[in-house]
Design a protein around this ligand. Structure first.
Ligand SMILES: NC(=O)c1ccc[n+]([C@@H]2O[C@H](COP(=O)([O-])OP(=O)(O)OC[C@H]3O[C@@H](n4cnc5c(N)ncnc54)[C@H](O)[C@@H]3O)[C@@H](O)[C@H]2O)c1
Length: 266
């Protein structure tokens, strides 16, 4: 069911790697809701993934940008504004990677060069995207920026490693920049704290299948799917949520507020 919620809006969607990516589903849903937008990912991911395929089905362009590079983010905004014919109304930051997690290095023995990379890619990149947009005045009034987080920012998930620290940083930047951009242009900034979802980033975490099943048994509604995450994200890009900002919004079927479930006890 489409509601034309994003008709007339221009956006930038980062982080779609393949059909399982949360950003992929969000891009398809944004297209169905009438938005026009560019797609972006790190140059290396463009070689590995199938983003061009998505771009051609929804008739848009891919602009390569490493989200840790201020220069590449500047180019991303310049080209997007030119291609779309005006300033931006919504941005999806759907970016995460930890070399420590990828190499299965235990949290207690983390490599600190890798840790810096984790924080830069998965946390500071949101600050960089916001700061460049702020300086270029690239986002229209009442624009909306959404990033994707995970409950490991609040609770311990031992195998989530340093990504937990990066998500805590991401959520803090959301609040801090949300204040400044709210004052400047009434731009709202939020994170969606999504259920465990079987994507490349998700399944790359050791023990993913076990904690996927565990949260599915605890949440009264079960885990939230990537498709329902896309639906929720569209509402945050739309004008129906204009006064929601600086929030970490759980999208997890009730997992975050359930202590124990009868399914789990059985
Ligand atoms: N899958 C889950 O269980 C889950 C749950 C909650 C939150 N999230 C978050 O959702 C977001 C999207 O992840 P996903 O699950 O769709 O997996 P994914 O692997 O499909 O997406 C991660 C994306 O980050 C991109 N990326 C990595 N380094 C980059 C860089 N330097 N510059 C630009 N892009 C870069 C990758 O190319 C990839 O497209 C991440 O922030 C992830 O932490 C995922």
């Amino acid at each position: 069911m489409n509601y034309n919620l994003l008709k007339g809006k221009r956006g930038i969607i980062t982080g779609a790697l393949d059909e399982r990516s949360l950003a992929w589903k969000i891009a398809k849903r944004a297209h169905d809701e009438g938005a026009i937008f560019t797609l972006s990912n790190a140059p290396v991911a463009l070689r590995m993934g199938s983003l061009q395929k998505l771009a051609s089905t929804i008739n848009t362009e891919v602009i390569p940008a490493d989200a840790t590079s201020v220069v590449e983010i500047e180019e991303l905004y310049k080209k997007s504004i030119e291609l779309l014919g005006g300033k931006i109304d919504f941005i999806l930051h759907s970016i995460g990677m930890s070399p420590n997690v990828r190499k299965q290095i235990p949290y207690t023995e983390m490599n600190y060069d890798f840790f810096q990379k984790t924080l830069d890619i998965s946390g500071s990149s949101l600050h960089k995207m916001l700061s460049v947009a702020y300086k270029m005045d690239a986002i229209n009034e009442w624009g909306s920026v959404v990033s994707l987080s995970y409950i490991a920012a609040q609770r311990v998930f031992p195998f989530y490693g340093d990504m937990a620290d990066a998500k805590a940083l991401l959520e803090s930047i959301t609040r801090s920049f949300g204040y400044h951009y709210g004052k400047f242009r009434k731009v709202r900034i939020n994170t969606i704290s999504q259920s465990a979802t079987p994507t490349t980033a998700g399944t790359g975490i050791k023990g993913f299948d076990d904690f996927y099943k565990y949260s599915d048994q605890i949440a009264p509604l079960g885990n939230a799917s990537a498709d329902s995450c896309a639906d929720y994200c569209i509402t945050l890009f739309s004008d129906l949520t204009k006064m929601v900002t600086m929030q970490n919004l759980y999208h997890d079927g009730g997992y975050s507020t359930t202590g124990v479930s009868t399914d789990l006890i059985k």
